[in-house]
Design a protein around this ligand. Structure first.
Ligand code: MOS
Length: 737
């Protein structure tokens, strides 16, 4: 069906685009509920210790102040069931105000609620909190691994293979803490109607959020509704709910009025997760031709005092390259920081910085071309899982990229390529991300007014999910996109997946397709079985719907009857299809992954040690693209984030009190337009039909993996400086100037 489709794989503009640019799309924080009060959270100013005393008497006397909540005056909340149960995972498992303990700087210690935001904020400044403070442990200088490891992957005998390898490499890489900075910050509006709670959220997973809310607040799931219709992106920090959501809920209950709690940019650095620091030692053993014989990867990763969050860097090690002897171990170290959380491409993004940098160092050491060294170690199967790949065209990605980027013009000698007074450096890296599918349930309704409505409790985080829904329905019914209304982001709808792990598109497509087909089948039966129908007594098997019209097989669509006319025959408001789909059985037989290759050129001005990215091309083997416009958008956006990771981003903690000192956009640097050259990406069109009928995979995360090592490899090629700890700083390059 997709083959001759007029919508699938085309450049389709987001169907919600007009709403967004005209202010018609309500974001969670924007719901103006009647009688709403504002809550302002107070974050701890120590990084470790306990609350000795909270004096809110002065704040409570201030105009408009309704309540000051803290551990001394609120009922204890429950701990969520955490990962023990599917779709009930919190960001931080410790509920707010649980006790007097402080585990990290910025942990919420109180909430001031007033009738206006300004009054709540003014009063928050008058709440006196006294602490018994300890010096927090936030340093990553010394990270001592303790058994047991959080992750361990092993095959072969890595020790003996390493010791007997003719070529050896032993290098350590570091990636810093990166802070989530989506445009739309976190916020919750909570409101109760008798015993029913509604949360207006910015959430990448309303069903998960609802389930955790029920556990933390001791409610039935049916008594909680979570709404998140439009989202100003999430990148992982909105996958799981954070403490401010529960603070809004308990304040609203106490005051019997809606309460809004928003998280200011500065607190985005403490209470809604982050990508954790990693230190990764890689030992490679290879033969003289660069063929890997041993691969040892040891990862040290801090987490918070209250949660064991694993940024799984060991996963990619086992599958990216062919190698008989592999060991990847990862250890967690508890620190006085907030709980980390996924950030676009969690695990693989820091992991591929290390692995791909090491591959580049191996190529340099052996004087083999960096593309060639990867092809010599090409994994024909997933050697970790011992499974064939469902569809892998990484070789074509390397070849296409090398050709289009002009890689053959690259002179491997460091500093040998110049343009005017600038030195050019060319680097490349592999990227990869798993292709997954979860459960989804979708309802599709053919309606009497000639529109089609689809609903599902998944979300559009800004990536185009609304549009993908409409495209699939249009593809199967011929109803034009402007007659299709998609409703997402509300737990009142059939349960859908979290918008995470690059899995939502692949997950919902089969459910949309089947629900659409089911609704069409019901319509065809009505057409065949209703007296007065132009198709009375025709076997429904010989009927079909094309271009929004019902017609006999073999007849043209134009000769058919518009579907609302069929509904009218029985005075029907509409006909529904509702289908639940699960991961395909093939997921147990095949390793499913997307792959790709980044090619990056940097320009370095040695006079002033100025480094710029000057060219970029990414080639993606990511299955069939449902929408070329939003797909390209995902990859280009990910490269921008990759430039941020490579050159700018790093959260720095004050060792005295655990405060992230650069907790604002003046000091936490993200790329701006001036940092980004023209970017290009190419999609190889190999559908992965083992994943779903359309062969589509999600591509939200893959584009970021590998980016940083493409940059640092290019920097090495230009300057001879190998940056093993991100981000690349001017200080790293001054000595070459
Ligand atoms: Mo993604 S890190 O699963 O939003």
């Amino acid at each position: 069906m997709a083959e001759k489709s007029t919508v699938i794989g085309k450049e389709i503009t987001r169907i919600d685009g007009i709403l967004k640019v005209t202010g018609g799309a309500p974001y969670g924080v924007e719901y103006a509920l009647e009688n709403m009060a504002w809550g302002v959270g107070i974050g701890s100013t120590i990084g470790a210790g306990r609350i000795a005393r909270i004096d809110s008497s002065e704040a409570e006397k201030m105009p408009g102040v309704l309540a000051v909540l803290h551990h001394g005056n609120t009922e204890k909340l429950f701990r969520p069931a955490n990962s023990f149960e599917e779709m009930s995972r919190p960001g931080e498992s410790r509920p707010p105000f649980e006790d007097d303990q402080v585990y990290y700087y910025g942990q919420f210690v109180a909430l001031v609620v007033a009738d206006t935001f300004e009054r709540a904020q003014a009063a928050a400044g008058r709440v006196v909190v006294k602490y018994d403070a300890r010096t927090p442990d936030v340093s990553t200088a010394e990270l001592t691994p303790k058994d047991p490891p959080a992750v361990k992957n092993e095959r072969g005998d890595v020790e003996s293979a390493l010791s007997s390898a003719p070529v050896k490499l032993d290098v350590t890489y570091e990636t810093p803490v990166e802070t989530h900075n989506p445009m739309e910050m976190h916020a919750t509006i909570a409101t109760w109607n008798k015993d029913k709670l509604t949360l207006y959220e910015t959430s990448q997973g309303v069903v998960n959020h609802r389930n955790v809310a029920a556990e933390v607040l001791n409610l039935q799931r049916e008594s909680v509704q979570v709404i998140s219709r439009f989202i100003g992106s999430g990148f992982g920090c909105k996958l799981f709910p954070w403490p401010h959501s529960w603070m809004a809920a308990i304040a609203s209950k106490k005051l019997a009025r809606p309460v809004k709690v928003s998280v200011p940019r500065s607190m985005m650095f403490t209470t809604v997760g982050h990508r954790p620091f990693t230190r990764q030692r890689i030992q490679l053993g290879a033969d003289k031709d660069g063929k890997l014989t041993a691969f040892h990867h040891e990862i040290l990763q801090p987490t918070s005092m209250v949660d064991d969050y694993v940024e799984n860097c060991a996963e990619a090690t086992s599958m990216l390259y062919a190698c008989p002897n592999v060991r990847a171990v990862q250890y967690l170290i508890h620190k006085n920081i907030g709980t980390p959380t996924p950030m676009r491409g969690p695990g693989r993004t820091p992991s591929l910085f290390a692995i791909e940098s090491a591959m580049d160092e191996l190529a340099v050491k052996l004087n083999i071309d960096p593309v060639e060294v990867r092809i010599r170690n090409y994994a024909e199967m997933d050697e970790g899982k011992k499974m064939p790949f469902s569809s892998k065209h990484l070789r074509e990605a390397y070849q296409t990229g090398a050709e289009k980027f002009g890689w053959s013009q690259r002179n491997p000698k460091v500093g040998s390529m110049t343009k005017g007074k600038e030195i050019l450096g060319l680097g490349m890296a592999t990227c990869t991300w798993p292709a997954t599918r979860h459960n989804a349930e979708v309802r599709v309704s053919l309606l009497a007014d000639g529109t089609v409505r689809a609903s599902c409790a998944t979300q559009d985080v800004g990536t185009g999910t609304y549009t993908v829904f409409a495209e699939i329905i249009s593809d199967r019914t011929g109803v034009p996109l402007d007659k299709i209304r998609v409703q997402l982001g509300d737990t009142a709808m059939p349960p859908g997946p979290t918008s995470g792990g690059s899995a939502a598109t692949a997950t919902v497509i089969p459910a949309i397709a089947q629900a659409t087909d089911q609704a069409v089948q019901s319509l065809l039966k009505v057409a065949a079985l209703t007296s007065g129908s132009p198709f009375e007594k025709v076997d429904p098997k010989n009927l079909k719907m094309t271009g929004g019209r019902v017609h006999k097989e073999g007849d043209s669509a134009e000769s058919g009857t518009p579907f609302p006319d069929i509904l009218k025959l029985r005075d029907l408001s509409g006909l529904d299809g509702q289908v639940k789909t699960e991961a395909p059985p093939e997921a147990k037989q095949f390793s499913m992954h997307s792959f790709g290759a980044h090619f990056c050129e940097v320009a370095f001005d040695p006079e002033i040690a100025r480094l710029r990215i000057s060219r970029w091309l990414t080639v993606i083997d990511g299955g069939r693209m449902i929408n070329m416009k939003t797909s390209r958008n995902q990859i280009l956006g990910a490269i921008v984030m990759g430039v941020g990771m490579a050159m700018f981003e790093e959260t720095i903690y004050d060792h005295r009190n655990g405060k992230p000192v650069n907790n604002n956009f003046a000091d936490y640097i993200v790329p701006v337009n001036a940092d980004i050259p023209d970017l290009d990406c190419i999609f190889l069109d190999f559908p992965d039909n083992k994943l779903n009928e359309y062969g589509a995979r999600g591509i939200g995360e893959i584009g970021l993996t590998g980016c940083a090592s493409a940059v640092t490899s290019a920097v090495y090629h230009a300057t001879g400086v190998r940056v093993r700890g991100l981000p690349v700083r001017i200080e790293n390059l001054l000595k070459t100037a």
